[in-house]
Design a binder for this molecule. Structure first.
Ligand SMILES: *[C@@H]1O[C@H](CO)[C@@H](O)[C@H](O)[C@H]1NC(C)=O
Length: 396
């Protein structure tokens, strides 16, 4: 197996099908040592992917049968695929910038073909082996434009203990083999991602991404990766909710609006998608339901002198805890966390004293955190304790 021994220039017409199960267990270890140092000065990347594991354990785990119970949806209408392809490939300098498009759970490859027809350089990821031959056959037509990888993107870096099951890879292995390297946070978007997020894993997946984004780890270690995700209506509404929308505005709203520009690209009835389960239409009103294609572009100015990849976890925890009870007064929460009178903090930012957690805009959360950091006014030990006890959102 030579996949890792040489660095592959991406999309040079070489045959590359990375299969997680086919990787010798020593591979992950050797790749780990090759990682280049971060080019982002001042940004800290915790490098928590792929901890070393015993060869025996690795073999045991990779040989285990993959059990997948999640319902998947597929883009099967050529009209929808064409629309999505033009949404993703239109715009300034798409051709020249040679931005790669990573399509996850590419399935039957209907969208893949449209993306290729539009001139895009596509990396098609698929976790189900039965779709691979079909995707591979697209390579006959679009040899220099397409790479096919057996990999479950949703589970990328999901396993904190590095026990990778079949079709699970870590981002380090995947990106290295595709020849995608880290760029500074403020550089142009290095990679666009498109795919349908499985409904059942949606919330957990977005929480996991939230941590990756704020820490610049996993995919965000490589720069400002642009996600184009089909999500449920509920999740879209969470992304864009503002106060005083008590029902929808929540910590995910604050964290994603702070971190990303969010655009709705397209809205498509669920009935246009093909699904691999007969039961998925038993949800009431499902014929009226839509999937929302939403573009999440990380902001260049997300990180500042006082919100960094090192302290951002405290910011995430602070927002989470504020929304544990969104109707409670912000002042009371702040008094628990700061060493000084929280009234002064609020006054400095011209936030009313009686403001509630659910009444504060995302920008205000960021300003508040930065002000607290700036003057060392956060008792961080409180957050770390709670983090250990209550933060289960990373675990599947
Ligand atoms: C893979 O896809 C095939 C064809 O759609 C399906 O029959 C099979 O159950 C899928 N396997 C898994 C593990 O999801």
């Amino acid at each position: 197996m030579t996949v890792v021994a040489s660095v592959f220039p991406v999309l040079m017409g070489r045959q590359l099908t990375l299969t997680a199960s086919g990787l010798p267990s020593g591979l992950r270890l050797s790749v780990r040592g090759l990682k280049g140092h971060s080019v982002r000065s001042g940004l800290h990347s915790p490098g928590k992917s792929c901890p070393p594991l015993g060869a025996k354990t690795a073999r045991m785990v990779t040989n285990r049968e993959q059990v997948s119970t999640s319902v998947r949806k597929f883009v099967c209408s050529p009209t929808l695929a064409g629309n999505v392809a033009s949404l993703l490939t239109s715009g300034r300098n798409f051709e020249e910038s040679r931005t790669f498009l990573l399509e996850f759970e590419a399935g039957p490859g209907i969208l893949t073909r449209k993306l290729l027809n539009a001139g895009a350089h596509v990396i098609a990821l698929e976790s189900n082996k039965s779709f691979l031959p079909n995707l591979e056959s697209l390579k006959k037509e679009f040899e220099s434009q397409l790479e096919v990888v057996h990999c479950n993107f949703i589970k990328l870096d999901a396993n904190p203990y590095g026990l990778l099951k079949e079709s699970e890879l870590c981002s380090e292995t995947l990106f290295k083999n595709l020849g995608i390297f880290e760029v500074p946070w403020t550089a142009d978007i290095p990679l666009k991602v498109v795919g349908i997020v499985p409904r059942k894993q949606e919330r957990l997946y977005l929480w996991r991404l939230t941590y990756f984004l704020y820490e610049c780890s996993s995919i965000y270690n490589y720069g400002r990766i642009e996600l184009n995700l089909f999500v449920s209506e509920r999740m879209y509404k969470v992304f864009v909710a503002k106060p005083p929308d008590k029902r929808t505005y929540q910590s995910l709203s604050v964290l994603w609006q702070t971190a990303c520009d969010i655009h709705l690209l397209h809205k498509e009835p669920c009935s246009s998608f093909l699904t691999n389960s007969k039961n998925s239409c038993s949800i009431p009103n499902s014929e009226n339901e839509h999937l929302y294609l939403v573009r999440l572009t990380p902001r260049k100015d997300l990180f500042t002198d006082f919100l960094t990849t090192t302290n951002s976890r405290v910011f995430v925890m602070m927002v989470k805890q504020c929304f544990a009870k969104s109707t409670s007064k912000l002042l009371n929460k702040l008094n628990l966390w700061t060493f000084e009178n929280a009234k002064n903090l609020l006054r400095e930012l011209e936030i009313p004293e009686n403001a509630t957690a659910g009444g504060l805009y995302p920008e205000a959360y960021k300003s508040l955190f930065e002000l607290m950091e700036q003057s060392n006014r956060i008792d961080q030990s409180l957050f770390y304790d709670v983090d250990l006890l209550a933060d289960d959102s990373l675990i599947f």
